[in-house]
Design a protein around this ligand. Structure first.
Ligand code: SF4
Length: 423
């Protein structure tokens, strides 16, 4: 979601006559698009922004802004630590950034733009990192208030974008030659358009758009995902066989404290149903270790469930309190070295699981959408993704870019498939 916001802001700036600088030192405007999900990310922004004091002194017309979720969370407190910042702008106010820059250039002191609670339901400026795969926001914010999560406080309550805007945006992307869309929402399954089964209906409409060859989406909340969605995925040829289904913990006690709205039995049932309906698919997840009150026993349950489910990959994080989320009021009682040890143990386990899953693909033929050139100097000159969202590298000519091709997997790492193009 943050990457998509960066594209949005970059597009707005291009529309207003700005261009991309070749380096931070040569830039006249630097914006930090921030994330508040973990404390570590916020600490890094403070550290990096502090380093820009010299740049600001040297360039009196320079503009420095902190935007995004951390801006919404810390508000004017950012100016206390970073007085050289010109403006602080929350995620729902990012359409005001060109105006904020103009005001900052006329030197009107510290500026705050945080008043909106919800982003206006408007179209998206045309600027994308990739010219093959495009992220398309279908909803903003979240109503779930999981105990550890700051998203509902900084991105506001859930608001679905209009179907017309989404479909127009995707038709436009197809006309521009994009082959894949990734639908984004904190909880895509609760997308509301006024139609029954709103998300599935939206997928059906996108599936009909000529030129778009693949549809992905994230994130699905386990309390809202259902076999009905999995069957719809199976029946629409463009929807890829990958599900990101955050588990967060393998302990029912902790899931309850996290206010996730499901238990491990429901989660495992969903996984079983997904794999039955879509054999050969992939499942990825998110895990938090060291949530307040997490005992060795709770952690062991998480360890065991990862062994059992065998996720294709997992984002594994150490818990940090995120005021004003509810759990920030709980004692943060898992010591930092215990959190770090649990994090390492799960990362190691997941690496082994991912390696074994990928090894089972050696010798198989898979469809890949060719996304870009690989790093210079590599024998495998191109990279792309399989339908199951695995990164694959392989040799080939540049005219393969944006095409769907078949590769045979020759070798693997836990994170990448190395293949050869099939003629
Ligand atoms: S579902 Fe829970 S974890 Fe996900 S964004 Fe909403 S509150 Fe946060």
């Amino acid at each position: 979601m943050n990457s998509r916001d960066t594209e949005l802001v970059y597009g707005l700036l291009l529309e207003n006559g700005y261009g991309k600088a070749d380096s931070a030192e040569n830039a006249d405007i630097i914006l930090f698009n921030t994330c508040s999900v973990r404390k570590h990310a916020e600490d890094r922004v403070y550290g990096q922004a502090l380093l820009l004091r010299k740049w600001k002194r040297k360039n009196p017309n320079a503009v420095l802004g902190v935007i995004g979720c951390m801006a919404q969370n810390h508000k004017e407190k950012i100016f206390d630590k970073l007085p050289h910042v010109d403006f602080v702008c929350g995620p729902a106010n990012i359409y005001e950034i060109p105006e904020l820059i103009k005001k900052a250039l006329s030197r009107r002191g510290h500026l705050l733009a945080l008043d909106r609670r919800q982003r206006p339901n408007v179209g998206q400026p045309a600027c994308r990192e990739s010219d093959v795969s495009a992220s398309v926001s279908i909803s903003e914010g979240c109503d779930n208030f999981c105990a550890y999560c700051i998203v509902p406080y900084v991105r506001g309550r859930e608001q679905s974008r209009s179907e017309k805007l989404i479909l127009d945006e995707i038709k436009n992307l197809a006309d521009l030659g994009y082959k894949e869309v990734v639908l984004l929402g904190q909880n895509v399954n609760s997308y509301k358009s006024g139609r029954v089964n709103g998300f599935v209906k939206l997928l059906e409409d996108i599936n009909k758009i000529k030129g778009i060859e693949r549809i992905r989406f994230m994130t699905s909340h386990p309390k809202d995902a259902s076999p009905r969605l999995f069957k719809a995925m199976r029946d629409m040829e463009k929807v890829c066989e990958h599900l990101h289904l955050p588990l967060q913990s393998g302990s029912d006690r902790i899931l309850k404290r996290m206010r996730r709205g499901y238990g491990t039995a429901k989660y495992l049932k969903l996984v079983e149903s997904f794999r039955k309906i879509l054999p050969g698919s992939s499942i990825t997840t998110d895990i938090i270790v060291g949530f307040p009150g997490e005992t060795e026993k709770d952690f062991d349950r998480t360890y065991k469930i990862i062994e059992k489910v065998k996720f294709d990959s997992a984002f594994i994080f150490k818990y940090s309190p995120r005021p004003p989320a509810k759990a920030s009021g709980y004692p943060d009682d898992v010591p930092p070295d215990t959190k770090a040890g649990r994090n390492q143990a799960l990362l190691k386990l997941q690496e082994n699981v991912s390696r074994r899953i990928n090894e089972s693909l050696v010798g198989k033929n898979l469809e890949v959408l060719v996304e870009a050139e690989n790093s210079p100097g590599k024998i495998e000159t191109l990279w792309g993704r399989t339908r199951t969202n695995k990164v694959a590298v392989f040799g080939g000519e540049l005219n393969l870019l944006k095409k769907l091709i078949n590769i045979r997997v020759k070798s693997v790492t836990p994170y990448t498939l190395v293949g050869e193009k099939l003629s």
